[in-house]
Ligand binder design. Structure first.
Ligand code: ADP
Length: 336
């Protein structure tokens, strides 16, 4: 290891968000820190920035991390180099920018390896990390370290990766879908004219998906299709009512559009996840990525999808540090 490695900072630069994990000796210098959890003589801090606003991230690192750490930035030939662990596609895309603006070089960590490393670290060392969410109830799950593998990791970022994890550093990306958090945000912005993810979530909170989704009951005249186990309230076709309602987009409330969209994306991911769990006989599915954001409606939809399709056999679980899995994995790799 290079002696000038900044061993207390790791970055995960994704398509939508940049995630930072850093160690603060006093833990009180960051307004941006999120979900900080106490460790010996300091704090592990978490921060995120939109990738399109990467300059804010550079400034944050310059003023809050480099200055406070007392690390001198290299400023020319012959100086020691500063390395930080970095993962995600942006570790490649923005390497030159970080070098030019901060004098930092990236010690690149593989994205999937970091994701898996982050989840294994959390499940083995952080109490009350994993939980289920069903029928409005959040229940923490005790994970037996000796009985952790195999499991399915579903990371819902801009896109979705599904990874079968068999042990430390033993994993395979078995599936994925391009209909992920980026689709929700991108389509949501186009359809509702909202400006941010938070605004879109807030809208979805107040909407009713039944206004736009075509339900089994809409097709069957209000009754269930009980012969094949479909209740009248099951969604037969997401956004299907728009075919025959005779309405334009402006005639729908943006709240209802946002709600249908969130339901459609979450349902689809839950179903694909379950099918992949079935393919490999996996009973436990952990969902992570910043799309989830601890949102009850999202977690409930995913849980119901997994429960429904598996007839209660498989379990959807969520992680408290859902958005920082890759960054945490890169952070813990300083010990490798
Ligand atoms: P990536 O590494 O691909 O950027 P993330 O795990 O960071 O993936 O998740 C990105 C997704 O999280 C976005 O596509 C969006 O759906 C959601 N998201 C949550 N919070 C925000 C936010 N503040 N700004 C933008 N997207 C957000």
């Amino acid at each position: 290891m290079d002696p000038t490695q900044i061993s207390h900072l790791a970055l995960d630069i994704g398509g939508t968000l940049i995630k930072l994990v850093y160690f603060s000796a006093n833990g009180d210098y960051s307004e941006e820190s999120r979900n900080g959890c106490s460790v010996v003589k300091g704090r592990l801090c978490f921060a995120k920035f939109e990738t399109r606003k990467i300059d804010d991230c550079l400034e944050f690192i310059r003023f809050n991390i480099l200055h406070h750490s007392g690390v001198q930035q290299p400023n020319g030939e012959g100086h020691d180099k500063l390395y930080v662990k970095a993962t995600g596609g942006g570790a490649f895309k923005f390497a030159d920018l970080f070098k030019e603006k901060l004098g930092i070089l990236f010690d690149k960590e593989d994205e999937m390896c970091s994701l898996v490393g982050g989840v294994n670290f959390l499940l083995k060392t952080v109490p009350r990390e994993a939980f289920t969410y069903l029928d409005g109830q959040k229940k923490f799950v005790e994970i037996d370290h000796n009985d952790l593998y195999p499991y399915l990791l579903v990371n819902i970022g801009s896109g979705v990766s599904m990874i079968k994890v068999d042990g430390d550093g033993k994993y395979e990306r078995i599936s994925g879908t391009s209909l992920g958090g980026g689709t929700f945000l991108g389509l949501g912005k186009l359809l509702t004219k909202c400006k941010s993810f938070d605004e879109l979530l807030e809208l979805s909170h107040h909407g009713n998906n039944r206004v736009i989704d075509m339900l089994v009951g809409d097709i069957y005249g209000g009754t269930d299709y009980s012969k094949i186990g479909l209740s009248s309230t099951a969604i037969a076709s997401s956004f299907g009512k728009a075919i025959s309602d005779g309405k334009e987009l402006e005639d729908y409330q943006p709240e209802d559009v946002a709600r249908s969209l969130l339901r459609m994306i979450s349902n689809n991911i839950g179903q694909i996840a379950y099918l992949n769990a079935l393919r490999f006989g996996l009973k436990r599915i952990f969902f992570g990525g910043f799309f989830i954001r601890g949102l009850e409606y999202t977690m409930d939809t995913i849980s119901v999808a997994v429960h429904f399709w598996s007839r209660g056999e498989a379990k959807a679980m969520f992680l408290r540090h859902e958005g920082f899995l890759g960054a945490l994995g890169a952070f813990t790799s300083y010990n490798d």
